[in-house]
Design a protein around this ligand. Structure first.
Ligand code: SF4
Length: 200
């Protein structure tokens, strides 16, 4: 299926990320490869009797704990999953409804903000096997990021750098809004001298 034409996303990185379709397709395949060891790590942890997080994993996907930010290439991976997986496309009306609700509570900024992820349904991540962001995969409650996790972040960043120098991380709903063509929320409020509002 033909990918969307590049357009400049308001306030930042282009979406889809720049680069030819071949470059982007290659980067998406490489992102998939980078995810594989993180799935293996997750399976290993699930078998480890000494690893019993206090809270169920989906709690980290909900407000106020969730502040996960993703890159343009990870957003493109989610967009690709919507384009190619009918079972995911069927979920779009509900995802859009949850997304719009979240967007009313967010500002269009690259900083961290709390949200409940619109991709969470009945305690499960809808993009788990298709396009799960690296941060979500690398995060294991109660543990530091592993070496495999840090490697995955570094590789993700390199892949984004190659396509779109100057790209920005944003919380998941802000990238989802760009992927799904939903109106973006307001930009951050400014203080009287034009600087950020104190405390931000
Ligand atoms: S993408 Fe999936 S794992 Fe990540 S915050 Fe959303 S529901 Fe949770």
């Amino acid at each position: 299926m033909k990918m969307k034409r590049i357009r400049r996303a308001p306030g930042g990185s282009a979406f889809p990320p720049r680069g030819s379709e071949t470059d982007r397709a290659r980067a998406l395949r490489e992102l998939d490869r980078v995810r594989a060891p993180l799935f293996a790590e997750m399976r290993e942890l699930a078998r480890d009797p000494s690893y019993r997080p206090e809270e169920p994993p989906h709690h980290a996907c909900l407000h106020p704990k969730n502040q996960m930010r993703i890159s343009p290439l990870e957003a493109e991976a989610i967009a690709e999953a919507f384009r190619t997986r009918p079972e995911l496309r069927r979920k779009l009306p509900e995802i859009r409804k949850r997304l719009r609700e979240e967007l009313t509570r967010l500002e269009d900024t690259t900083r961290r903000q709390s949200f409940s992820c619109p991709l969470l349904e009945k305690k499960l991540c809808l993009v788990h096997g298709a396009a799960k962001p690296i941060g979500c995969l690398a995060w294991n409650p109660g543990r530091e990021f592993s070496e495999v996790g840090w490697f995955a972040f570094a590789r993700r960043d390199e892949l984004n750098d190659a396509l779109e120098p100057g790209w920005k991380l944003r919380v998941i709903p802000l990238w989802l809004a760009r992927v799904l063509g939903e109106p973006l929320p307001r930009p951050p409020r400014r203080g009287p001298a034009g600087g950020p509002t104190p405390g931000r």
